[in-house]
Design a protein around this ligand. Structure first.
Ligand code: PMP
Length: 412
């Protein structure tokens, strides 16, 4: 009887929620308008008359295919990559990741045995839950994805090592080494050493090292990225990591600057491949960013302003989940990045997300963080707290909690 009353009251809370006419969006990890405002000076930069780099090159014209040296130096410092091994490209790192995989399929990568399209059942390891757009790239190009679930919030190195050692069709692995999307996991030194040092059956195995959140700290601790290129070189596999990053969630997503880093051999390969594609990147946008940042400390200062805006939002999510879902669900406590990963009881995530949608709260579709959108446990929900206003965020998380509790009740 008690449980029937409980259910009735949840049904009632849900009916009230639906009647309240919410339209809230927790789907994508986008900066809020107040975060975007931090970078408004970019809109007036570089300004009339400012179009030369430090060496006097006229940036209004073609050329400079590697990108602006001064901007590469800033991000080299932030990413722990020598600036001559870091190229500054266009507006989106995803485009570089996509192109890397296209090039690997069509022409192959250094040290390989030919184009990956000739590898029977070519496959890439995908730690899950992971970033949906990484998976979309592979799915769209017909590359097989092998999910490798995190275990207790850590990479399952035993499974990864045994898969890559025995199967030459596995040519790569997605890695978000800092504040992973969506789990918030940051790889440890031991984990990175294992990844760069492990034996692989494929001669040209690559780590797609997407350091999208390298400077996106949510606490006062500001750990530096690990020197993955140096570690790979010392481990005897210098060509293994391909590093990606961008200013997407530093300045303006979609209107920022993306970076590619690698060993000298990989950088030379990328240069050669890119030269068939473009005469050079948008150096004026790079100059605008250079003027705005000034130096690496300028980027760190800006990121602290982002933190001041978004850390309270993450704290609100933590508080509400703690009040409403303790004992029912588990969630991550990220110290950086853009997401909270919510694990609800098996078999209830898609119902909870559908209930939320019907009550006007849009969430990333259940299963999105898995290859082929297949969450075998149907338990994963990604929360993106940055975009909504604080009031909207709290209303959306309260609503989500009611939907999770109702989904669990209905499943019993
Ligand atoms: N990588 C990860 C892990 C992301 O979460 C995102 C989304 N911000 C991106 C890449 C996209 O970056 P870009 O806008 O530079 O393509």
């Amino acid at each position: 009887m008690a449980s029937l009353e409980h259910m009735t009251s949840l049904e009632q809370q849900y009916a009230d929620l639906q009647a309240s006419g919410l339209t809230l969006d927790l789907t994508r990890g986008k900066p809020s308008p107040s975060q975007l405002d931090l970078s408004n000076p970019l809109l007036a930069l570089p300004g009339e008359g400012d179009f030369r780099d430090a060496s006097g090159t006229d940036l209004r014209n073609y050329g400079g295919a590697d990108g602006l040296p001064e901007l590469r130096a800033i991000f080299g410092e932030l990413l722990q990559i020598p600036s001559d091994q870091l190229l500054a490209y266009g507006n989106a790192s995803l485009a570089i990741m996509h192109d890397t995989i296209v090039q690997a399929l069509l022409v192959g990568v250094p040290g390989g045995d030919g184009p990956w399209r000739d590898v029977p059942d070519v496959a890439v390891l995908c730690p899950v839950p992971g970033y949906d757009r990484h998976f979309t790239i592979l799915e769209s190009l017909g590359v097989r994805m092998i999910p490798v679930p995190f275990v207790d919030g850590r990479l399952d190195l035993d499974t990864i090592r045994s898969l890559v050692a025995s199967d030459p069709s596995i040519r790569g692995m997605w890695c978000v080494p800092m504040y992973s999307n969506p789990t918030g996991v940051t790889y440890t030194v031991d984990e990175v050493e294992a990844l760069v040092g492990m034996e692989t059956a494929a001669p040209d195995f690559r780590l797609f090292w997407d350091n999208a959140y390298a400077v996106h700290h949510l606490t006062e601790a500001e750990p530096l990225p690990l020197d993955v290129l140096g570690m790979a070189e010392r481990a005897g596999h210098p060509e293994r990591p391909l590093v990606y990053a961008s200013t997407a969630k530093i300045t303006f997503p979609g209107a920022g600057v993306a970076f590619f880093g690698g060993s000298r051999v990989n950088v030379e390969w990328m240069r050669a491949r890119t030269s068939a594609q473009t005469i050079g990147p948008d150096k004026l946008n790079q100059l605008r960013h250079l003027r705005f940042f000034g130096d690496a400390e300028g980027v760190r200062r800006l990121m602290r302003k982002h933190r001041a805006i978004i850390a309270p939002r993450f704290a609100a999510v933590e508080r509400i989940l703690g009040e409403r879902l303790t004992g029912v669900a588990d969630w991550t406590h990220p110290t950086g990045g853009y997401f909270v990963n919510l694990e609800v009881p098996r078999g209830t995530a898609s119902v909870a997300v559908a209930l939320a949608a019907a009550a006007g709260v849009a969430l990333t579709p259940a299963g999105s963080a898995f290859p082929y959108r297949d969450d075998p446990e149907d338990s994963n929900i990604r929360i993106a707290p940055t975009f909504p206003s604080p009031d909207d965020l709290e209303a959306a998380i309260e609503a989500l909690c009611i939907c999770v509790l109702l989904a669990v009740e209905r499943s019993n």
